[in-house]
Design a protein around this ligand. Structure first.
Ligand SMILES: CCC[C@@H]1NC[C@@H](O)[C@H](O)[C@H]1C(=O)O
Length: 599
């Protein structure tokens, strides 16, 4: 668990210098890096862009598919005037694990390829001089790590990733790297929660900072007017006539904390927040006590050239596509996205179901690759897996808890929930995560095809349900789709007859579609069939009032491992991988823009 994951800010107490750009890069298949002294830095090697996945830059298959250790290194200057500050190197993500060295000294290691971590390098840097950072990264997949998979060694001795999940194992320093100088006794974290009254809103805040200091908190509106202040490390900021953060109608306040030692300001942190509440009531999802019907997508951080790297240009385009089509939400399938994505969503009024990379926790996924027939939760890997799983939920909630866009936390994607061993694992995890979020937002996970109402043993845990269902594609496809609809309705009738009084959101459904393939009458893979499948699901959604959301899979086509079921990746996108519309995009836009934006 990280000490603090505050997003970097610049002010008179805090400096932030990005270390993005070309780093030196080397594969280390023989595991000889330390022995060769690479931890002291190296100037030879491939010039590798950061942030980026390394995979798609290469023209040879061994490099693209490389699995194992690989190294990054670059020089960086620490100015003399940073002296007295805590010097940190903050990695937005190193996929999947990393060891950080500065001037040859090992600083720390980190596990988890989709969340930030900070290396305190204060005692290792030379002030007023050039320094060198080296990072050993490893992208192997294991059953006791997130996301789950295996790493096999081929007969030629090369390692190969065998994911239990359907996205390419893009690896590297996928997000920005920052050199930070912050007060040694400063603000480590803050959290907020909200109460909305008739004509006022109360911001309950709490600041984690060095003992012996005090805090002056202020709330500032979009015109720069201070609308509320309070003294104390925790307390209330009360806003009269508040402008609430609403779905697709965002209003952001700046919250500012000044840390005082006696009456001297020693640190300051400012961030943008939105005044809103989230709750589940019966089978309704409520934002500011108003029912919301989710429309949007499962997504991936995925684009050509830089793979899984965060790309501001792609994010801007994706947000515009979602606004154009009439969406109001997305799920960060299947891992926490770059922090800038949530800041985009905060500004655009888009709701996010934030998902931890607990994907592939199902032997069916592994047996897709010849796995075992046991439960995923009674393997010799389960104990270690649980520790990492809880750690990454902790960090995801600690990192993302102050975003108004975050609606809920998804703790798994399509896990095994139908075996007896699943129950104690879920029991323990839901108990351990119950109080991590100061706002107590709903926790959930997606239910795979096999985890139906009658088969799943874990339906008591989630606060609402995310269903991934694929009649019309993985079964009852093509001309049989009418049977697929009948089967889907039969399952939903079971849900309806049950005493379950929680919302259901369809978080995945769809058809692989080759853009430009047209056929009358339709056949699978044609653009016409993708629309017919969506029409079938929408007929079903419109028949059950406890269905409170529709998020087809996926916003855009994305890269996966190669295989006889993938044509250069997963083609279930409503948009192509270069973000152009398939015919289904116009069909969904017609359906969704009929609804009010915030409905
Ligand atoms: C039947 C499981 C469907 C599966 N669900 C998880 C996604 O990550 C995959 O992309 C999707 C697919 O196969 O299209």
């Amino acid at each position: 668990m990280e000490k603090g994951l505050l997003y970097p800010v610049i002010n008179q107490y805090r400096a932030d210098e990005k270390l993005d750009g070309l780093w030196n890069f080397k594969f280390d298949p023989a595991g000889e890096g330390e022995q060769q002294g690479w931890q002291k830095g190296f100037d030879n090697g491939i010039k590798m862009p950061v942030p980026a996945s390394f995979n798609d830059f290469f023209t040879d298959k061994d490099a693209r598919e490389y699995t194992g250790d690989f190294w990054y290194s670059r020089h960086f200057f620490v100015p003399d005037y940073f002296k007295g500050q805590e010097i940190q190197i903050r990695f937005g993500a190193a996929t999947h694990r990393a060891v950080v060295y500065v001037n040859g000294q090992e600083i720390r290691s980190h596990e988890g390829g989709f969340l930030p971590f900070t290396a305190d390098v204060t005692d290792a840097v030379k002030f007023g001089q050039e320094n060198v950072v080296a990072v050993k990264v490893n992208n192997e997949l294991h059953r006791d790590a997130l996301p789950a998979g295996d790493t096999e060694t081929l007969k030629n001795g090369k390692k190969m990733a065998k994911p239990f999940f359907d996205f390419y194992n893009y690896s590297g320093l996928n997000r920005s790297v920052h050199l930070l100088a912050v007060p040694k006794k400063g603000i480590y974290d803050y959290s907020t929660s909200y109460d909305l009254g008739e004509s006022k809103a109360t911001v309950h805040y709490s600041v984690r900072a060095d003992s012996g200091s005090n805090v002056k908190a202020s709330l500032i509106d979009e015109n720069g007017q201070v609308v509320a202040t309070n003294e104390g490390k925790s307390g209330d900021l009360i806003v009269t006539q508040p402008k609430l953060w609403n779905v697709r109608d965002a209003y952001l306040y700046t919250i500012q904390f000044k840390l005082l030692d006696q009456d001297r300001v020693i640190d300051e942190y400012q961030d943008q927040i939105g005044l809103r509440t989230v709750e589940i009531k019966g089978h309704e999802i409520l934002v500011n006590h108003k029912s919301v019907y989710l429309r949007g997508f499962g997504r991936h951080e995925d684009s050509i050239y830089a793979g899984r790297a965060f790309d501001l240009n792609v994010e801007r385009r994706d947000m515009n596509l979602m606004k154009w089509i009439g969406a109001n939400s997305f799920r960060s399938s299947h891992y926490p996205y770059d922090e800038q994505v949530y800041r985009f969503a905060d500004r655009e009024g888009i709701l996010v179901i934030d998902e931890v990379p607990a994907v592939g926790f199902k032997m069916a996924a592994a047996s897709f690759l010849g796995g075992l027939d046991q439960s995923f939760f009674d393997g010799d890997w389960t104990k270690e897996l649980y520790k990492k799983h809880l750690d990454q939920i902790n960090d995801m909630i600690q990192r993302d808890k102050n975003h108004p866009s975050v609606l809920a936390w998804s703790l798994f994607n399509e896990p095994d929930t139908s075996t007896n061993s699943a129950v104690p694992y879920f029991e323990k995890l839901f108990a351990a995560t119950a109080n991590l979020d100061p706002e107590k937002r709903p926790r959930t996970f997606t239910l795979n095809e096999d985890d139906t109402y009658e088969k799943s043993k874990c339906l008591k845990f989630p606060d609402f349900y995310l269903l991934n269902r694929y009649p019309g594609w993985y079964h009852k496809w093509g001309y049989e789709i009418s049977d697929g609809e009948a089967g889907l309705r039969a399952e939903l009738d079971e849900w309806q007859k049950s005493d379950i009084d929680k919302p259901i959101v369809f978080s995945e459904y769809g058809a692989d579609t080759e853009p430009g393939l047209h056929k009358l009458p339709s056949i699978m893979w044609s653009e016409e069939y993708q629309i017919e499948l969506l029409e079938m699901f929408n007929r079903v959604f419109d028949s059950y009032d406890f269905i409170r959301g529709e998020q087809p899979w996926n916003l855009a086509d994305f890269q996966t491992v190669e295989g006889n079921m993938r044509v250069n990746g997963n083609k279930k996108g409503i948009f192509t991988r270069d973000r152009q519309p398939k015919a289904a995009a116009f069909y969904l836009r017609k359906r969704w823009t009929k609804l009010p934006l915030d409905y």
